[in-house]
Write a protein that binds this ligand. Structure first.
Ligand SMILES: Cc1cc2nc3c(=O)[nH]c(=O)nc-3n(C[C@H](O)[C@H](O)[C@H](O)COP(=O)(O)OP(=O)(O)OC[C@H]3O[C@@H](n4cnc5c(N)ncnc54)[C@H](O)[C@@H]3O)c2cc1C
Length: 108
């Protein structure tokens, strides 16, 4: 039987608090947040490609401008006609000001 690369991960002897599928912005954000509230958390990020955070590196023409200055959930959600209602609720919980605060805290 051919050996699959993932068969080298000995999951039967490893216990993780969080396993993230995909080493992109969302996956790292979730993993870093858990590590922030639980320093001892065991986290595994599984990435299918050989590169992590590829899109983050190219975002904003390579400058990684990961947020903006529109802080009104109502105004911001208008830019997403197909998910306006759902995103408006989400933006009330986390949006640009939260993003800036998150980066300040993470790198302080
Ligand atoms: C050219 C470009 C410019 C951009 N500019 C900006 C910008 O200026 N500002 C901004 O805020 N956003 C920008 N974005 C958007 C931003 O990069 C994305 O919204 C963000 O990276 C999405 O993050 P994600 O984690 O949801 O998905 P992704 O970054 O796509 O990450 C998903 C990861 O999961 C991996 N994966 C998928 N399936 C599997 C699997 N089955 N098993 C294991 N791994 C898997 C993928 O290989 C990938 O690494 C830009 C995007 C592009 C392409």
């Amino acid at each position: 039987m051919p050996s699959h690369p993932q068969s080298k991960i000995r999951t039967e002897q490893s216990v993780y608090d969080l396993i993230v599928i995909g080493g992109g912005a969302a996956g790292f954000f979730g993993a870093i947040n858990l590590a922030g509230i639980n320093k001892g958390a065991r986290i595994l990020i599984l990435e299918k490609s050989t590169k992590l955070l590829t899109k983050v590196k190219v975002s904003g023409g390579g400058r990684c401008n990961v947020t903006h200055q529109c802080i009104s959930p109502a105004e911001l959600s208008q830019h997403y006609p197909r998910g306006q209602k759902q995103l408006k609720n989400i933006f009330h919980q986390f949006q640009a000001t939260g993003t800036v605060a998150w980066f300040k805290k993470a790198w302080s």
